[in-house]
Design a protein around this ligand. Sequence first.
Ligand SMILES: *[C@@H]1O[C@H](CO)[C@@H](O)[C@H](O)[C@H]1NC(C)=O
Ligand SMILES: *[C@@H]1O[C@H](CO)[C@@H](O)[C@H](O)[C@H]1NC(C)=O
Ligand SMILES: *[C@@H]1O[C@H](CO)[C@@H](O)[C@H](O)[C@H]1NC(C)=O
Ligand SMILES: *[C@@H]1O[C@H](CO)[C@@H](O)[C@H](O)[C@H]1NC(C)=O
Ligand SMILES: *[C@@H]1O[C@H](CO)[C@@H](O)[C@H](O)[C@H]1NC(C)=O
Ligand SMILES: *[C@@H]1O[C@H](CO)[C@@H](O)[C@H](O)[C@H]1NC(C)=O
Length: 461
Amino acid sequence: MNLLHSFLLPPLHMATSFQFLLLLLLFIAPSSLLAQSSFRPKALVVPVTKEASTLQYVTQIHQRTPLVPVNLVLDLGGQFLWVDCDQNYTSSTYRPARCNSAQCSLADASGCGECFSPPRPGCNNNTCGVLPDNTVTRTATSGEVAQDVVSVQSTNGFNPGRNVTVSRFIFSCAPTFLLNGLAKGVSGMAGLGRTKIAFPSQFASAFSFNRKFAICLASSSKGVVFFGDGPYVFLPNVDASQSLTYTPLILNPVSTASASTQGQASSEYFIGVKSIKIDQKVVPNINTTLLSINKEGFGGTKISTVNPYTVLEASIFKGVTEAFVSASAARNITRVGGVAPFEVCFSAKNVGSTRLGAAVPTIELVLQNSVSWFIFGANSMVQVKDDVLCLGVVNGGDNPRTSIVIGGYQLENNLLQFDLASSRLGFSSLLFGRMTTCANFNFTSAPSTALRHHDQGSDFE
Ligand SMILES: *[C@@H]1O[C@H](CO)[C@@H](O)[C@H](O)[C@H]1NC(C)=O
Ligand SMILES: *[C@@H]1O[C@H](CO)[C@@H](O)[C@H](O)[C@H]1NC(C)=O
Ligand SMILES: *[C@@H]1O[C@H](CO)[C@@H](O)[C@H](O)[C@H]1NC(C)=O
Ligand SMILES: *[C@@H]1O[C@H](CO)[C@@H](O)[C@H](O)[C@H]1NC(C)=O
Ligand SMILES: *[C@@H]1O[C@H](CO)[C@@H](O)[C@H](O)[C@H]1NC(C)=O
Ligand SMILES: *[C@@H]1O[C@H](CO)[C@@H](O)[C@H](O)[C@H]1NC(C)=O
């Protein structure tokens, strides 16, 4: 850009018509320049690992100037990126969002903040604020809206490619205490929700690709999140984007987040479970009122990466576990005492093993338009001891906000693609059935693209 400026700068005596042309050029130049000289990725990829003590899924991006690695708890339904700015935030490119700026309106941030201490990241006058939310502990507070450089790896779907940056990625600062309850070494949360400033929309907007992203969580080792469209290829050359089953995503008109953000639509992803079957038999007497979302935003089924296991409302829990226990008995599987947090456990003795995990009854979530999400042994049973397997589902009690929360364990080794423009979810079913896993993305860069680094402006500037 500097070059362009000096080249086009007119001598003072030039005619006004030239100045008009110059003005025109300046408006047209940025986008054509990008198209010519900048590398436009088709998709991006970030790693996700499961942290063993908290069972949280942790991703890593690079942020700030100079770039530093930032570990973040992945929050599928989260509103945006928030990071602790009080501890160790140093960056020459940090910019607070000025009140009433375009950034503030994209962030749905109102008000105008003051901060009564020396200015620093997270504490500036005349900035707008939002409510960053620790969705693990359900704690929210206020934080300054800001912009800084974010860098991630591009991908062709097979390997990581060159690194790309968004120069003014919008996020929220938070005080250090909001990290309480998160995995060690983490400095915030990465929200992938439906808002305009969550990762999927900001990346799609910065790089002009579809508002689609996919998550593929691994049980140990490294899983992935892709931003942009497929292919999503796992060794040995299985493109998980090729055989997805689709179901509509449903908008919950009322936020389920901490009290402070109520009144807005939810940034989370809901799907329409119509009934549940165990070994092909419908679980009787499930109260269908609980399966839909009411005016106050209660009920329904959401997908969550911050709940380690699926949570079922008490009466649904009772129906599902009773049906599962009797279907297991029919397979001569012996029930044993519960092991917290699980109530329903079995002796591993009579349980065979299959490619899809323990040979236990199959759970089937029957969705809108009669498509089904099948949950096989690898996603239903948790090995708690050598000889004990538990159904990895917990009791959510009476009157929970959301009746069914499909948790992380049930998502592992399934690829889920969220298409925001078409408002639909594509799901692969357990990838073991296709002889691969979510840990099989090839994170080794192809040599020709590994070493280059390109900058990319953001549409949010
Ligand atoms: C601060 O950042 C440096 C460099 O990234 C890192 O080595 C150090 O552990 C960080 N300290 C804290 C308290 O996070
Ligand atoms: C904000 O403005 C107030 C006075 O209006 C001043 O006392 C304070 O130091 C300023 N804070 C920052 C972070 O600039
Ligand atoms: C690109 O990003 C990856 C991880 O995000 C990092 O390990 C690598 O050093 C970066 N490469 C360059 C050339 O910046
Ligand atoms: C079904 O659930 C709704 C919402 O909790 C409740 O009002 C209703 O009484 C329940 N119906 C039955 C038959 O339990
Ligand atoms: C269960 O055990 C009984 C008695 O040992 C046996 O007759 C029956 O075939 C077994 N059923 C299955 C499904 O293995
Ligand atoms: C992973 O990708 C790299 C770079 O293309 C390639 O050299 C390597 O053989 C791949 N690994 C496997 C196991 O295919």
